[in-house]
Ligand binder design. Structure first.
Ligand SMILES: *Cc1c(COP(=O)(O)O)cnc(C)c1O
Length: 222
């Protein structure tokens, strides 16, 4: 199946409030251009070097999202252009993004990554850590970051009910955080959840951004 066909099939399954992030990691410029020519404008990458190299060779109206694990010493390279950083999982990282975005006189959108899967992973706030950070309040001094919502990944499993429960947990947290800390703030509106295998469930549970790679571009060659 062609990229165009896959994109249009996915798009037909998304409600109007849900946007598609085409995860182009490991795929070459020509492949990304195929998706671009179908009208796709949001692309996600997970490695800084790969992202900056591609960005320079692709049209400037692409909205780039960083979806990988970000190290503080690499923020500078993407701060001038990145639209949304999906995986912020510490206050230290939030502050570091704020500093680099400030130097560029920009505001960078970020999502707080929450660890919802049963798998062990170093990445993501626990719900408690996230609430503690928000409650503590210093994040409000980070004027060059806009906290736009939450992001999470479900357990890699065939158990659809387990996946649904995890997305539902995240969706509930999203509503709680929005009501408690971002009431009236327009920016807090994104819930990034769902990948190639589980995005239909994520959409049913309220996702506004699905991150789809192999479902568009086929398998990645690492
Ligand atoms: C690679 C990646 C995706 C896309 O995964 P697919 O299964 O290929 O759709 C989504 N989110 C994150 C954080 C990723 O690293």
């Amino acid at each position: 199946m062609s990229i165009a066909r896959r994109i249009s099939e996915i798009a037909s399954r998304l409600p109007s409030e849900t946007r598609l992030v085409a995860v182009s990691k490991f795929h070459p410029i020509e492949t990304i251009m195929e998706a671009y020519e179908c009208g796709q404008r949001i692309f996600g990458e997970s490695k800084i070097q790969e992202l900056t190299a591609k960005k320079d060779r692709l049209p400037s109206d692409i909205e780039w999202h960083f979806i990988g694990h970000l190290q503080t010493n690499k923020i500078r390279a993407i701060a001038p252009f990145v639209e949304l950083i999906h995986g912020v999982d510490s206050y230290k990282l939030l502050q570091a993004i704020d500093k680099e975005a400030g130097k560029c006189e920009r505001t960078v959108g970020v999502l707080l990554q929450i660890h919802i899967a049963k798998e062990e992973s170093k990445f993501g706030f626990s719900i408690r850590e996230c609430m503690e950070m928000l409650e503590e309040g210093s994040w409000k001094n980070c004027r060059h970051v806009a906290i736009c919502g939450l992001m999470g990944m479900a357990t890699y499993t065939d158990d659809k009910e387990m996946i649904r429960d995890e997305f539902r947990l995240l969706s509930g947290l999203f509503k709680e955080v929005k009501a408690k800390y971002f009431a009236g703030a327009d920016c807090f509106k994104e819930l990034s959840m769902g990948m190639s295998d589980d995005y239909p469930i994520a959409v049913e549970e309220g996702s506004t951004l699905v991150r789809i790679g192999s479902g568009i571009f086929g398998n990645r060659e690492y």
